[in-house]
Every structure is written in C-alpha cells, then in structure tokens.
Design a protein around this ligand. Structure first.
Ligand code: DSN
Length: 445
C-alpha cells in the first residue's frame, strides 16, 4: 500500500549493498535478527518483568520455567519466555549476575543507571566529550547534565590513552558517586583494574562502563570485560560491534531480587535498583520484538564463529590503520587497539573532516566527521574523521580490501586538497560499487 516508504527502504538496501559502511558504530544484522524485529511481538504490551528464577541453565532449562512474572497485563506466556531467553543469554555472554534487556537505546540505558544510583546534584566522573567521550556522559546539552554534576577527565595527547593520573586526582578531589569509563571515539583498551582500584577507595562509588562501541569485542573474547575487573555495571547498545537490533542493554553484578519490592540503596542491590529504574523509573512498555531480536543476536554472539568475527574486526582495523599511515594520514594515538580509527585530516591533508566525509560519500565510502582531542574547530567542521571495521568485516572484507579502501581514501583526500582531478571520483565510485556488490549484506545473501 505505502509505495513511498517501500521504495525508500529498497533504496536504502541498495545504498547499503552498493557502498561500504565505515561508521564504527554501525553493522549489518542477520536475516534472523531482522525477522524477529518485524514480528507480531510488536503488538504486545508487557510492562514489568518475567520471573528471574532458573536463568543459569541452558536455553531449554530457561524455557522450562512456568512461574509467572511480574507483569501488569495478561497474555504474557510467550513474551515472558522471549525476555527470559534474552536475559539468560546476555548474562552468559558477559558473565554478569543480571541483565536488563529493556532499554530502548544506549542513552536510555545510561540514564536508567544514573537514575538508579544518584540523587539530583550527585557527582559523576566521566570522559570528556571532546576527547572521545559520549554526549550522555555529561554534555551540558543533555537532560542528565541538568540533574547531576558531571566532572570530565581527558586523554593524554601524546599516547591517546586515558589520563589515569588526572582521573585519580579528580576522583580524590570530587569523591564521585559514579566513575564512568566509556567512549565513542577512543582507540585504546582501558586499564579497568586501575580505574576499579581508584573507585573502590571512594565510599559508595559505582563503577560503570559504557561499552557500547566494544561490546561485540568483549562478547567475542578479544577485549577485557569490565565486569571481570571490579566494575559493578556495564551498559551497551546492541547494534554496534554486537551486531544486534538497534537498542540498549544493562549488565550488572550483585543480588537479583523481585523488582516489585524496593530494595535498600546498596551497591549489592544494584541489579534490582536498575530494574526499577528502567521500568517504571524511566520507560514504559518494553519493545518485545526488539528484545526477541536481541535474544537472537546474543545467540549468534555465543557461537564460536563470533570469536573469529571479533578477532577479524580488530585485525582489519589494524591493517587499515597501518595502510592509512603509510599513505600520509595522521592517526590519533598512532593506530588502534580496537575497531576504531580517528584521523586528523587537517594535519594530514589540510582538509576538514566534513569536506572529507562528503567527498567519500560520493564514492560510496561512508564515515563521519569527528572532533579530535583538543579540537579548535567547530563540531560541524571538525579536524577529524572517525571510521571502523565492524560492518565491512561482517560482509567478509579482509586484508586486501583494507588496502584498497586506504588507497581510495588517499586519492579522495588528494582530490579534496586540489592535487588530483575531481573526475576521478566517478571512476572510484564504480570501483567501490563493484567491490561492495561482491560482499552482499548478510540479510540479502
Ligand atoms: N552515535 C553513536 C556513535 O556513533 O558512536 C554513539 O551514540
């Protein structure tokens, strides 16, 4: 009936298949994940939670439970099982005591944790947005920054790593109620033990990791898991390296109890404080069709092949980073330890990040303009671009193709800098399309 929307979806499918997605926070999901999202589960309201008993076993044991949950509407016999499977699989994947699979997004997940643990005016120590942190970690334009007192630590400009000395100094000075490690443009592996040691010396300090970018690397066993290094809570989105539907997830360590009863405000009770904060604290009805798709993605991430995928993401990122450096690109932190690369294009080729992003879009390479640490330029025309390998690795690209991408990026930068003929963009567009079509989206295979 609605041909206009149908055509737009088809056009987007074509755009994705004919180009290469280098935005490090994007991916391409399986047909099974897509199908779960497009299911009749979207018709159902299910405020509340399923029962949390017997979630330690395998899927069959989890499905065997017949105890009713704590829901506010009838007809939950199937949704309870869907959500129990999602919770059980998430706990298995991240070795967590509890999982809340209801957050609609990463921002919702973070806000729910703040709301669970903080009172208005309490202090949170988080990473500076300008150094690679995230909007929801205290940017003044966000709702949470109006409620809580955010203090920012930064990165060391020499190494690109977190400035642990500054973090420790600020923690001692401000005695935060939450220390938050998380980022959307950071290429190193954080020293969680060091941060946990700092946090444990502050009474009532919750250690929170927002691992949205690297959750798939953690699930695949190629990145440390903060929950195994003394952190109490980990939030994430489910659609980045984790390769699930667009959504959020909160993992926590502690005692799990009935969410209908208000528990004491202790770190041990953080799982239940979070459940009550997600619903009814900050959200209404959960999206059970998305929760089903999360469960499918967790199932996929629990398979041995997902480890190979995660390993390949990092290998591809390192190959691409080296190839870019050989072609004159200056990388923040001089390379990468994860899936993400941040280039200072002003210093490399004298062009701003937006100009480079737009030119690359013309040849079918999609990435995003991004500020670099201590950037003096405006956020809409920053000095850098950010790119990564999760989506292209899903599609099967490897070493040879990383070199090709670096070549195209070099030529495009030279065109932007006026050193090559713009007509070459058209030729490169055809080359990118030809290569991309050899690696279709997994849902289109
Ligand atoms: N938009 C996400 C990213 O691209 O990193 C963070 O919210």
């Amino acid at each position: 009936m609605d041909k206009k929307i149908f055509d737009l979806i088809e056009a987007e499918r074509k755009r994705q298949n004919e180009g290469l997605e280098l935005i490090p926070s994007e991916n391409a999901v399986s047909k099974e994940v897509l199908d779960a999202m497009g299911s009749v589960l979207t018709n159902k309201y299910s405020e509340g939670y399923p029962n949390f008993e017997g979630l330690d076993g395998d899927d069959d044991e989890v499905l065997a439970s017949t105890t009713a949950g704590h829901r506010y509407y009838g007809g939950q016999q199937n949704t309870d099982k869907v959500e129990r499977l999602a919770i059980a699989r998430a706990r298995r994947l991240f070795h967590a005591d509890h999982a809340n699979v209801q957050p609609h997004s990463g921002a919702q997940a973070n806000n729910a944790v703040y709301n669970a643990w903080l009172q208005p005016g309490d202090t949170v120590l988080g990473m500076n947005l300008g150094h690679g942190g995230h909007l929801t970690h205290g940017s003044p334009v966000t709702q949470s920054a109006k409620i809580y007192n955010f203090i920012a630590y930064g990165t060391n400009p020499e190494t690109g790593d977190l400035d642990y000395d500054e973090l420790e100094r600020l923690a001692k000075e401000h005695q935060p109620k939450i220390i938050l490690v998380g980022y959307s443009a950071f290429m190193k592996v954080p020293d969680f033990d060091r941060v946990a040691k700092i946090g444990k010396e502050i009474p009532g300090c919750l250690l929170m990791a927002d691992m949205a970018h690297v959750a798939g690397l953690i699930a695949g066993g190629v990145h440390p898991n903060p929950l195994e290094h003394g952190f109490h809570v980990m939030t994430t989105t489910t659609h980045k390296t984790l390769r699930g539907p667009r959504g959020g997830l909160i993992l926590s360590m502690g005692k799990v109890s009935n969410p209908l009863r208000r528990p004491e405000h202790t770190l041990e009770n953080i799982p239940t404080l979070i459940d009550r904060s997600v619903f009814p604290g900050t959200q209404g009805g959960p999206l059970e069709h998305v929760i089903a798709a999360k469960a499918v993605a967790f199932y996929e991430a629990l398979q041995p092949e997902f480890h190979d995928y995660a390993k390949k993401i990092v290998e591809n990122a390192k190959t691409l980073a080296d190839a870019l450096k050989e072609r004159g690109f200056k990388l923040i932190g001089d390379g990468t330890e994860n899936h993400l690369i941040l280039i200072n294009v002003i210093e490399s080729y004298g062009i701003d990040g937006k100009k480079f992003e737009i030119a690359l879009d013309k040849i079918g390479l999609t990435l995003n303009a991004n500020s670099i640490p201590n950037d003096t330029r405006k956020p809409f025309e920053p000095s850098g671009v950010r790119l990564g390998t999760p989506a292209i690795t899903t599609r099967g690209l490897g070493k040879k193709e990383m070199i090709k991408i670096a070549d195209w990026m070099q030529k495009t930068a030279e065109i932007c800098a006026g050193k090559r003929d713009e007509a070459e963009l058209k030729k490169m567009r055809e080359e990118v399309r030809k290569l991309a079509l050899k690696f279709p989206l997994p849902s289109d295979k």
